[in-house]
Structure formats: C-alpha cells, structure tokens
Design a protein around this ligand. Sequence first.
Ligand code: ADP
Length: 512
Amino acid sequence: MSTAASTVRAPDDGKSRLVSIFVGAVLLPSIALSYVSVRFARELTETRIHTDHRRAEKTLYYIERDLVQSAHAKALEAARAVGTETLLDGRLQAVRQALAGSGLDESMFEALHLEAPSIRIAGKATVGRDERPEDVRELMAVLGGSPREGEDQVPWLGSDGRPVGMLRFKFSCSYVHGRLVKEYFEREFVGLSQLVVRVTEPEGGPIYETAPTSSDQFEVERRMESPSFRGLKLALRYKDVSIAGDARRWQLWTLTLLGLIDLTLGAGLYLVYSNVRREMRLSRLKSDFVANVSHELKTPLALVRLFAETLELGRVPSKEKAAQYYRIINKESQRLTQLIDNILDFSRIEAGRKEYRLGPTDVARVVAEVVEAYRFPIEQQGFSLEVEVAPDLPEVIADQEALAQALLNLMNNAIKFSRGEKAILLRVTAEAGFVRIAVSDKGIGVAKAEQRKIFEKFYRAEDSLVHETKGSGLGLPLVKHILDAHGGRVEVESQPGQGSTFSLVLPVAGRG
Ligand code: ADP
C-alpha cells in the first residue's frame, strides 16, 4: 500500500490574528462611523435646505408687510393733504381735485374716504369726547365689523392719538405699478443687495425687479393680499447661489472632508498594520536566528572536538588522514570565527558602537590578502577560484579589516549557495569615480522579489535550498552597513538557478 506524502503548511497565526484585530477593532468601526457621518451629512443638507427655505419665506413675508405698511403711510399722508371734510364726503372727483390742489398725483386712488361716525361734516362735529371709541377694536365695533370688500383701511387718529374713524382707500393700479412698488424698493431695499425680489402681475409679466436677473428660478413666492395690490406676486431669490446649490456645495465640502479624514485614517491604519507586521516578522526572524546560530555553533564545535579527540588519542591511520583532520579543524574554526565576528559586529552596529578606522587603502592588496588566506580552503571544497584585478587601481578610503570582512562574507555566500557548478570569479575593476569588487558564482541565485529583502537583518530567502544551508541572516546587512559607512553601495545581479554577482562599490579617494 502506498502512502501519499503530503505537506500541510501551518496557518500563519500571527498574521491572521493581526488582520482580525485590525478588521474588528479598527476597520469595521471606522467604516460604520464613515457610513453614519455620510448619512448625517446628507440629512443635515436636507435640513439646511428646509431651514433656508423657511428663512426665505419669512423674509418675503416681512417684505410684503413692510410694503403694505408703507402704502398705508402713503395713503394717510395723501389723506391728510386732502382734508377731513373731503374725505368724509368721499366723492372721488372731489378727492382728486384736492389731491391735485396739493401737488399730488390726482389719479393715485380709485377710492379714498373716511368713515368716522363721531365727526360731522362742515364743522358740525358735536359728539362728546367720552363717546368716541377708545381703540381700533371699539372703532371697528362702531363701524359695524369687517372692512369693505376691495378696499384697504387704516385707523384715522384724532389729535389726542385716539382713533376717530377709519380711512378706506384703494390705490389705482397705475399708481401701484408705476410708483408705489418702485419707490418702496428703491428707498427700503438698499442694504439687501444679496437678495433679488421680483414683483409680477397676477397673470402677467414682471413689473419690478430689485436687480436684473436672467433666471426665472426663484426660491419662494407669495401672493399679496392687500386689495390695493390686487394679488401681485412677490418672488425672492439669492443673487449668487441658490439655496439648494449652496447646500449641495456645503455637502460636497463636508463629504470631501470626510473622505480626507477616512484617507488619513486608512493611511494611519496601514502604517500601524505594516509596522506591527514588520515587528512580528522581525521577532519570528530573531527566533529563527537563535536556532540557526545555535546550530551553526554546534556543528563546527562538534567536528572540532571529534577530530581533536581522534588526533589526541593517536587513532589516525595515516599522515594524510591526520593532515585532513587538521584542515577540517582549521576550516571549522575559521567558520566559527567568522560567525562570531559577524554577530559581534552586528551587535556593535545595533548599539551604535561600531567604529571604522578609515585610511587610504589599496584595494588590490586587501583582495590579494583575502584570496591568499582563503584560496586553499575554497579549492579544498571543490571550487575553482578565478581572480581578475585591473592594474593601476585608484586608492580608496576604507577600513581594511571591515573591507576584508565584507569581501569574505560575499565569498562565503558564493560557496554556501552554489550547488552544481562550483566556480567563483572575483573581479576588481575601476569605473568612473569608483572601484568595484564583484564576486560571481553559478549558484542558486536570488529571486527578484527578494533582492532587496536579503539586506534586511535576519532575512533569509524563502528558497528551500537556502534553508538547507545554515546561516544567521546577518552577513549581507553587515556588508551593507560597512559599504554605507564608506559612502559606497552593495549591488546584486542575480537570476534564480543561474548564479549571482554581488558587488562592493567604493568611492575613489578624494572624490566628492
Ligand atoms: P546567511 O548567508 O547567513 O543566510 P546573509 O545575510 O549573508 O545570511 O544572506 C542572506 C540571504 O541572502 C541568504 O540566506 C540567501 O538567501 C541570500 N544570498 C546571499 N548570498 C547569496 C548567493 N551568493 N547566492 C544565492 N543567495 C544568496
């Protein structure tokens, strides 16, 4: 019976927990809040439109009241010019004559007369003071109730301020259209420049407009009830913007603001999320690091102990075998030294205590020294090492030890991550203002997506081949730190399965 092997990847608990915390605690409440805010802004817009309409209606009501009051004042003024006697007589002909005699427009009224039971014509006023009505209500009662159909009325006051009669009148249509309305608006409407009021005939066209306007869209309208005005229509609008337009503009502005707040919130959330994720990844990498380093330390130590014991006990069959054991001990202790150097350097960098002793450096000499020390162990592991150093390289300002350590890290990686073809090419060249030390291998390569990440501390590529090789994930970050401190850079060119070239690019001394 064959058993099918299957691998089950453990769910990334940390990540999904983080996502659910963010969705539950932050994202959903934010979405709910945005939804409520948008609805609220919409409702507020409707309320605003409604309130502004009410305000416009009220304004128009006050304009009408004012216009009617000014007409009453005008009628009283004209009546006083006409005189009580003619008014009590009430014949239109006589009234017109009196008006003309006073220099007023004789065709002002269609009707103008005074009803005052307590006053007799031609000086025959006999009624006693106490029989006169006390106020308008009493006067109305004496006059027998409601005003006459189609006429306006205004109380006629005696010299003591008590009403003695009722002045009844109706302005002529031509006077209302031609003067009354115009005079009122020209006199009273000066400060209200943001409003436009149009007066139109009940069935006809406009007779007056406070400011010229091309639009027929008025916010509110009302029909005048005063008989002198014969149902004229008043309409009001705002000059620059309509109520709805203004409210929509406010709504747009509010929604834009909400959108901006949401965007900022989203950006903030993303930042927090990515930082927390980063921290989580870092702590996972750190624990991987501890496991890797422990293994890295244990393996060479175990080998060193095993071969040292074998040699000590004299259990070596031949001189060649003894030489091989010494080589292994030497190689493993070199590996240990380099690992420990990396870790120590890295902890110095982290603590901000890493110092470089910079001085004029001959790159060719540093490279030659590293090659001399490591050629033998490299070739022992079956690698071919080709070195090409351009003649007359310019000097660089560098810490020789740190530069050697960076180069060694690159060469070690070239060895660690080569499988089939074991060839290393070390090429040193000069280019405009820089010296380039390139280490090429024909190993497993690095995927494009990981070429930046491998310079982050503890990071090791996801490739399973990489995980067969133990490492600390500290080598390249250290190399990068060294090159940054020298004002240089590390470059990588790599194709998975084809090999990699890592280059140290150092600025030439005196440049910049
Ligand atoms: P370590 O080698 O200890 O894992 P490094 O920081 O030196 O740590 O390297 C980080 C990662 O970069 C490695 O784990 C590997 O995935 C990748 N890498 C570095 N050098 C090479 C190379 N020459 N070829 C392929 N991959 C490499």
